[in-house]
Write a protein that binds this ligand. Structure first.
Ligand code: PGA
Length: 253
């Protein structure tokens, strides 16, 4: 059975002190309350907090994620953070290819592919984001566009490596807008993406890969989204900044 995920993406929010409270509340609630044992709760926190917050984790059900990395291991790259550094700070997951990074920091599919390799080389798990704009959906090119993102950044991997990647489909028009893709729209895309993985790696490999949905996931819509056959959880932005709400999302499976 595929691992299910409630993954939070705090983005550039929360002071150190407020973040510490939020992080502890979530890890305590997830530890003490009934969460499906097949669910992994991941919190993507700002880089300066990673080392300190990773020490607050008190249950195997919770892991910490970085929101970015640089693909080189070390060297003269002022301001960047490498995967070995993240690993030494207790990080297990790295969110990459988020549409905000693609848009504001001009990240390309090829650069994101380098990050995938760097993360896997250290034994960490990439959470690879993909998704189309509203314009692309209206033009009807959304399936081909998102499948192309997978091809360009993941299809150089062998089957073993691919199965270590978590994919997050996040339609850009649904991120931070309050507009969620309907569960039918999300399921339709997830099914297409799984079929695309199967076309290269075979159905058995494709069946093993967790594909999360992201874009205005909330406690109210999570149960219906997560009940779809090809949706293996959520990458949650705004709603991950509320400990009760985010924990409820983790309990929606
Ligand atoms: P949102 O963000 O839940 O606030 O829409 C999702 C994301 O960007 O990962």
């Amino acid at each position: 059975m595929r691992t299910k995920y409630a993954a939070g993406n705090w983005k550039m929010n929360m002071s150190f002190e407020d973040g510490q409270i939020l992080f502890s509340e979530v890890t305590n609630m997830v530890k003490d309350e009934v969460v499906n044992p097949n669910v992994k709760v991941v919190m993507g926190v700002p880089a300066p907090y990673l080392s300190s917050f990773s020490k607050l984790i008190n249950t195997e059900k919770v892991s910490i994620a970085a929101q970015n990395c640089y693909p080189k291991a070390s060297g003269a790259y002022t301001g960047e953070v490498s995967v070995p550094m993240l690993k030494s700070a207790g990080v297990e997951y790295v969110i990459i290819g988020h549409s905000e990074r693609r848009e504001y920091f001009n990240e390309t599919d090829a650069f994101i592919a380098e990050k995938v390799d760097a993360i896997l080389a250290e034994g960490l798990t990439p959470i690879f984001c993909c998704g189309e704009t509203l314009g692309q959906r209206e033009e009807g090119v959304h399936f081909d566009f998102v499948k192309g993102q997978l091809t360009n950044s993941l299809f150089h991997l062998d089957a073993d490596a691919l199965q270590k990647v978590v994919i997050a489909y996040e339609p850009i028009w649904a991120i931070g807008t309050g507009v969620t893709a309907s569960s039918d729209q999300a399921q339709e895309m997830h099914k297409e993406l799984r079929a695309h993985l199967a076309s290269k790696y075979g159905a058995e490999v494709a069946e093993n890969i967790s594909i999360l949905y992201g874009g205005s996931v909330k406690p109210g819509n999570a149960p219906e989204l997560f009940s779809q056959p090809d949706i293996d959880g959520g990458l949650v932005g705004g709603a991950s900044l509320d400990s009760r709400g985010f924990t409820d999302i983790a309990k929606s499976f």
